[in-house]
Design a protein around this ligand. Structure first.
Ligand SMILES: NC(=O)c1ccc[n+]([C@@H]2O[C@H](COP(=O)([O-])OP(=O)(O)OC[C@H]3O[C@@H](n4cnc5c(N)ncnc54)[C@H](O)[C@@H]3O)[C@@H](O)[C@H]2O)c1
Length: 253
């Protein structure tokens, strides 16, 4: 294979659907994919924030309300997005998530089920919704946003941890099942990233995490978004079923 010096992330002509895109890492991913030429379908259950963010981004960016735990809403969203964008999404970023810490001894069924419904069943529903269009297009890249909670164990977040370990497993099964259709499925494993979600932790907890990192600082949404764009693009054409850790080296220790 001859190296092409012009090789760059180029998502022009692609339609990318991103969940949980109203803020944080999802919003950064929408921005970077727009910059790399994609038509971007931002989705979120926070409609007001999502609509405003999409409007600010402007060109080739649309917003659709979507609660990822709602199977019917997925069908409606993908159908509408396909009509609006002119072709079906061939990039899906399963980014939406919740993080509600609680010690195991006082964990409730409601909190456990909410993590599974949103962080794990949501991505499965998303994959099911986009695979027919990707199959017809003979190409697709699905990126699931897990967490370093799925690399080891963190106390007081058992439900979150279980959902994110599950998402890694879902990624690997999907990669095996869908590869022959030209669909790649990969998992990003962020560490501590500066978003609304990470403010759920106390400052002391976050400082202790940073102290474990060789890079010695919290990560930024754009740093995750850049890797997501790489996995969405043809530059990662031989990568599927992978876990890509973006954590400043925290899980090395
Ligand atoms: N911030 C971190 O430190 C960190 C670390 C590891 C992994 N992650 C993961 O990264 C992803 C993005 O998180 P973030 O840090 O940007 O958080 P965030 O809280 O800033 O954004 C999450 C977004 O998901 C949306 N959302 C929540 N439930 C939803 C649902 N049922 N349907 C649709 N949208 C829903 C929210 O409205 C919000 O816009 C999540 O999956 C999270 O678990 C975050």
């Amino acid at each position: 294979m001859k190296f092409d010096p012009k090789l760059n992330i180029d998502l022009s002509g692609r339609v990318a659907l991103i969940t949980g895109a109203a803020q944080g890492q999802g919003l950064a991913t929408a921005q970077i994919m727009q910059a790399f030429g994609a038509t971007v379908i931002m989705t979120d259950r926070d409609v007001e924030r999502g609509e405003k963010a999409a409007k600010e981004l402007g060109e080739r960016v649309y917003f659709f309300p979507l609660d990822v735990a709602d199977a019917n809403a997925w069908t409606t969203c993908v159908t509408a997005a396909t009509r609006l964008a002119g072709s079906a999404p061939t990039i899906l970023v399963n980014n939406a998530g919740i993080y509600r810490p609680n010690p195991i001894v006082s964990e409730t069924e409601e909190n456990f089920q909410a993590h599974i419904a949103i962080n794990l069943h949501g991505p499965l529903l998303g994959i099911q919704a986009v695979v027919p269009g990707m199959t017809a297009a003979k190409t697709g890249s699905i990126i699931n946003i897990s967490s370093i909670a799925s690399v080891g164990g963190f106390k007081d977040i058992a439900s979150y941890t279980a959902s994110k370990w599950g998402l890694r497993g879902l990624t690997k099964s999907a990669a095996k099942e869908l590869g022959h259709l030209g669909i790649r499925v990969n998992c990003i494993i962020p560490g501590l990233i500066e978003t609304a979600m990470s403010t759920t932790n106390s400052n002391d907890t976050n400082a202790a995490y940073v102290a474990q990192m060789p890079l010695g600082r919290i990560g930024q949404s754009e740093e995750v978004a850049r890797m997501t764009a790489f996995l969405a693009s043809d530059l990662s054409s031989f990568t599927t079923g992978a876990d890509i850790v973006i954590d400043g080296g925290q899980t090395l220790s």
